[in-house]
Design a protein around this ligand. Structure first.
Ligand SMILES: Cc1ncc(COP(=O)(O)O)c(C=O)c1O
Length: 381
């Protein structure tokens, strides 16, 4: 084991967590200096910041002008729950899942809302057969399964003339993948993911058809104030212009505005996608060159460019979970990779965040360390 030499270079930033994700490379505390702290979020200065966050999001993600964008409580989870509780129940529901977050939405819909949904699931590494999805139903799915590294390859399976609504948890996809807005009726994400913003604030993006449903359908169950998007049958306009339901953190808003400006500085959406693609491609090459490690996603067309999940395939490994944990611990102990173990419900392995805020030079510097940790653990078996 003593023969196994440490790689010469270390990642400058060892943060490869899949959420909260690394801050943008140029971030420092000073970028928050213009935050209107100690002021009301309903004062002109606060409202202007919130409105800017909405409109700059629209511009960066090319969201159509007739879609509504709201900042809502409780991060991505809050935004997804808000969609499920407000919209579902009007027509049959189809739930799709191929990892733990999608599975969580199934639990909510089937067990909490008690909707007899059609449930389609696939094992970690696979995806459901999207050609079987009935778009006359309301369909709930996750664009990128953060815990399996399996993503929807495109939106071609979503009919333009669908009768149902598509509700898409895109938290680890937005700002890293092309989202076809005409195919998505509700899209959600959190600032803490691809842009490396802060947690606790969610984004909900509604198509005109989603708004129509909200204004014409009243669910059979009660809705707490924190979820309510309508009043007397009309969309609450303020939520979509910066008058949030309850008090947001203006520090987090400032941080998000900085992240958006950084995103523009690297070429906007195209630049962000390119950065994630280059990062994940570096890992692909590493897997191709080493026969003991593989992408968990079986079909290359579904492999994530953000939450890249890897599994060890060496026949000498008998206890996969212990082995993978030991590798992650070794890397963390060396200070070269934080938070890189597979998600608690996912198969044993590593998960390397490759979103835009991660520098390719850091991914490249990390890879020889994974080889080093693998060899050290094999030697200690
Ligand atoms: C696909 C997916 N959905 C939902 C969540 C929950 O996000 P949040 O904690 O921001 O609510 C996560 C977090 O990792 C996720 O990856």
């Amino acid at each position: 084991m003593t023969d196994i030499v440490h790689p010469a270079t270390r990642p400058a930033n060892p943060r490869f967590s899949s959420g909260p994700c690394a801050k943008p490379p140029t971030w420092n505390l000073d970028v928050l200096r213009d935050a209107p702290l100690g002021r009301s979020h309903r004062a002109a200065v606060g409202k202007a910041k919130l409105k800017a966050a909405i409109e700059e999001t629209r511009e960066l993600l090319n969201i159509p002008t007739d879609y509504r964008i709201g900042i809502v409580p409780a991060s991505d989870t809050g935004a997804v729950e808000m969609a499920l509780w407000n919209l579902l129940g009007a027509r049959p529901v189809e739930m799709l899942a191929w990892e733990s977050f999608g599975a969580g939405w199934i639990t909510d819909v089937v067990k909490q809302l008690k909707i007899e949904a059609t449930v389609k699931t696939a094992d970690y590494g696979q995806i459901v057969d999207l050609s079987t999805v009935d778009l006359n139903n309301d369909v709930v799915f996750t664009w990128n399964g953060t815990t399996s590294g399996v993503r929807v390859p495109n939106g071609d399976w979503i009919a333009d003339d669908r009768a149902g609504l598509t509700i898409c948890d895109a938290t680890s996809a937005a700002f890293a993948m092309d989202l076809p807005w005409d195919k998505l009726d509700v899209t959600t994400y959190s600032w803490q993911k691809v842009l490396g913003g802060e947690a606790a604030h969610g984004m909900i993006i509604l198509s005109p058809r989603a708004v129509e449903r909200l204004e014409t359908y009243v669910p059979a169950w009660p809705l707490p104030k924190i979820f309510r998007l309508t009043k007397a049958g009309k969309l609450i306009d303020g939520i979509f212009t910066g008058a949030t339901i309850n008090t947001p953190s203006m520090l987090c808003v400032e941080d998000y505005l900085f992240a958006l400006s950084w995103a523009r500085s690297v070429g906007g959406l195209k630049g962000l996608i390119a950065r994630a693609n280059t990062n994940s491609a570096a890992i692909d090459s590493f897997c191709a060159a080493n026969d003991w490690i593989e992408n968990l996603a079986e079909d290359a067309a579904t492999q994530s460019n953000t939450s890249v999940c890897l599994k060890f395939t060496d026949a000498r490994i008998t206890d996969g979970a212990t082995f993978a944990k030991a590798v992650a611990k070794r890397l963390e102990g060396e200070g070269v990779a934080f938070d890189m173990g597979a998600y608690r419900d996912a198969p044993a392995g590593l998960r390397i965040w490759c979103g835009a805020t991660v520098e390719t030079s850091d991914v490249e510097a990390l890879l020889p360390w994974i080889k080093w940790a693998f060899e050290a653990e094999i030697a200690s078996l």
